[in-house]
Structures are given as C-alpha cells and as structure tokens.
Design a protein around this ligand. Structure first.
Ligand code: DGP
Length: 117
C-alpha cells in the first residue's frame, strides 16, 4: 500500500482531522474509533511502516515508547497498568497496515491474550 492510500498516514499528516493526545516530530497518539477499553489509544509513527518489523528506526521505536509513557500518565493508568499491542499481519488481526501500538487500559484486562481483551 502506498502512503497516499493509507488511513493512518492521512491521520498522522493531518489530512483527516483528528484530535491528538500527543504529538512530536515522529509520532502521534489518538483515540481508537472503536474503543475496547475505557482508555484505548493508538500510537502511530508519522512515517509509514507496514508493521513493527518494517525496518523501523530505533529513534522511532523510542518515540513510540515515550508517547506510551506520556499518554498513560495523562490517562491516569500508568500505575494501575495497561497493555500495549501491535497486531501484525492477517493472522495477527491487523486491519490497518501502518504500524500502530494499541494502548489499552482503564479496567482489569483478561490475563490471556485472547479476543475481547
Ligand atoms: P488493527 O486492527 O490492529 O489494525 O487496529 C486498527 C484500529 O484502528 C482499530 O482498532 C480501529 C482503528 N481505526 C480504524 N479507522 C480509524 C479511524 O478512522 N480513526 C480512528 N481514530 N481509529 C480508527
């Protein structure tokens, strides 16, 4: 998929107006349109990578981790706990093929990694 066809490229570059909870030079964070938990935020690099193994630079991975830190503190879930998930490929349940990390929290999550969190 080219960047021009990519939904998260359009959100990250402002083509599709979206409220960002966090933004820096490398990443944005915004609420998932279909939240599974009270806090369900997506952390998305501005540059297009298909998934976590698409030669993502270390500084972008660090920026993602920093965004998770900022967002979870702002949401008040940094102490209670949360889950970060990056679905990869069809069997992994990835529907948007632009790297993104789901940040899920605000309630007790199931201990397993099955559907429904
Ligand atoms: P995944 O299935 O792991 O690729 O996650 C994609 C997520 O993106 C899914 O939870 C729903 C969310 N999503 C899809 N379209 C939009 C959108 O237009 N806006 C927002 N905020 N989230 C979206």
């Amino acid at each position: 998929m080219s960047d021009s066809d990519c939904l998260f490229c359009k959100i990250a570059n402002g083509e599709i107006p979206t409220d960002f909870l966090y933004e820096d030079d490398l990443v944005v964070a915004f609420r998932d349109i279909n939240p599974l938990t009270p806090t369900h935020v997506l952390v998305v690099p501005k540059k297009h990578y298909d998934n976590i193994c698409d030669n993502v630079p270390a500084e972008t991975l660090a920026a993602i981790a920093h965004a998770v830190d900022v967002v979870t503190k702002a949401e008040g879930i940094d102490k209670t706990g949360y889950r970060c998930v990056t679905n990869t490929g069809d069997d992994g349940g990835q529907s948007v093929h632009h790297l993104h990390v789901h940040v899920l929290g605000g309630r007790k999550l199931r201990g397993d990694m099955g559907e429904g969190m």
